[in-house]
Design a protein. Structure first.
Length: 434
């Protein structure tokens, strides 16, 4: 009897976690084992331990590399041989070497554009306080949460800020829970707010923003020059064949089919990347982004960011690139208890129909969770539900893998583990009752 009373008044044992979940939560002493890039809420892909950050469509870089490298390899393997024999004083070898080195330069620019932080603004862990964001009395009635039954003040959807003496409206991002700075926009593909957002480029598999726009323009313009370079020397080779054999253009193409293919290929590619280069030159001298040009059309009104052609060029090419606001390799702050509490809340979100009973866990003998511990967990679950009802967090109706409450795969695994333990315990309760 004494032993039974002792067991009744002992503290409940902590939940027994699997080895994989222990690695997810971290060291029991509280030292975190995860890094920022491992719990990142955006759709980005990381390489080399968080040193490189790509977009979700990073595989498109393979196609881009193929389209760049293949014509250069054909040029160096087939066309260069005749050029080396035609030009004297090693001029032909210099032509081939310049093409190879310039191609390497273009590839480096490609990875500088696609493998770095484009200017992602870190998300807020919770919405900003209304009192810190000014008076919210002028909130639109149709703004989500403005008619909440709790009567709590909501955040205005739009705020006015002054930029170079002109009023610019900035929007509140419900996903990142922050007011976007001027010229910032939320990329629906990467699921991040990006400073000076230009566009999401599928060819480089990355957003183009404040920290990589310079490299993007250099990449596009350098690719244009490379196309014109290969086109020019392939055309020179064709002209020399026409002069040597006194034949027309068609017969020259038959004698050097690779030259004909490269002339046609680089001609089409030069129009594409050349037109893109010309368009971005216009954007640079007028200090616009692609997003602003298509959405706001500054032709009909003053552009608040236009400081003149010279200063606009200096801003893009000669200003210091800001340091990334995200430390992707930094360790996540927090202990195991906070992760455990988060997993319980996430389990409730994933399984709303699960009965709210006590969370019994089998550890040798069945130990019941203390009433005060259960009340604390229940209050945290209710607080999450309250945030959803007041509209401070975006509500996701579509339960697909991309919009599933932005839960990382590690947390999903942890939540599933606790859910299975809970179901197993309930079945044992029923069997024991019979």
């Amino acid at each position: 009897m004494a032993m039974m009373q002792g067991n009744m008044y002992t503290n409940p044992l902590p939940p027994q976690l699997s080895d994989s979940n222990r690695r997810i939560i971290g060291d029991p002493n509280g030292s975190p084992s995860l890094r920022v890039y491992q719990v990142w809420k955006g759709n980005n892909r990381f390489c080399l331990g968080g040193r490189l950050i790509f977009g979700p469509d990073v595989r498109s870089i393979i196609l881009t590399l193929f389209l760049i490298v293949t014509p250069v390899v054909l040029f160096c393997a087939f066309v260069s041989q005749s050029l080396i024999h035609e030009f004297h004083h090693h001029l032909g070898q210099i032509v081939v070497a310049v093409c190879a080195v310039f191609t390497l330069y273009v590839i480096i620019l490609l990875f500088l554009t696609s493998g770095r932080d484009p200017g992602i603004i870190p998300r807020n862990p919770h919405p900003p306080e209304p009192e810190d964001e000014g008076d919210s009395s002028g909130i639109s009635a149709d703004w989500p949460g403005s008619q909440s039954g709790s009567g709590a003040p909501s955040l205005p959807p739009i705020k006015d800020v002054m930029v170079n003496g002109m009023i610019v409206k900035v929007k509140y991002c419900q996903t990142c829970m922050l007011y976007r700075p001027p010229r910032c926009s939320h990329c629906s593909i990467c699921n991040n707010c990006v400073e000076r957002f230009d566009h999401h480029c599928p060819w480089v598999g990355q957003c183009i923003g404040k920290r990589n726009y310079r490299f993007f323009f250099m990449f596009v313009s350098s690719t244009t020059i490379l196309c014109l370079y290969v086109f020019a020397f392939c055309w020179v080779n064709v002209r020399k064949i026409m002069d040597a054999y006194h034949c027309n253009l068609w017969r020259a193409f038959l004698k050097s089919p690779v030259s004909g293919i490269l002339v046609l290929y680089t001609f089409i590619a030069a129009w594409f990347v050349g037109g893109l280069t010309a368009f971005h030159i216009y954007l640079i001298i007028t200090n616009q982004t692609t997003y602003e040009n298509f959405r706001y059309r500054y032709d009909g009104k003053m552009n608040p960011y236009n400081r003149g052609c010279a200063l606009n060029i200096v801003e893009i090419f000669f200003s210091k690139i800001p340091i990334s606001k995200n430390k992707f390799r930094a360790k996540v702050r927090g202990d195991a208890s906070s992760v455990f509490t988060t997993s319980i809340s996430m389990r409730h979100a994933l399984s709303p129909e699960m009965p709210k009973t006590s969370l019994d866990i089998e550890s040798g003998k069945r130990q019941a969770v203390a009433a005060e511990d259960f009340e604390e967990i229940q209050s945290q679950i209710d607080s999450v539900g309250g945030l959803e009802r007041c509209g401070t967090q975006p509500r996701h109706v579509n339960w697909d893998h991309k919009a599933n409450w932005e839960i990382s795969p590690d947390i999903r695994m942890l939540a599933a583990d606790f859910a299975m333990e809970h179901v197993s315990t309930e079945r044992q309760k029923i069997n024991g009752g019979h």
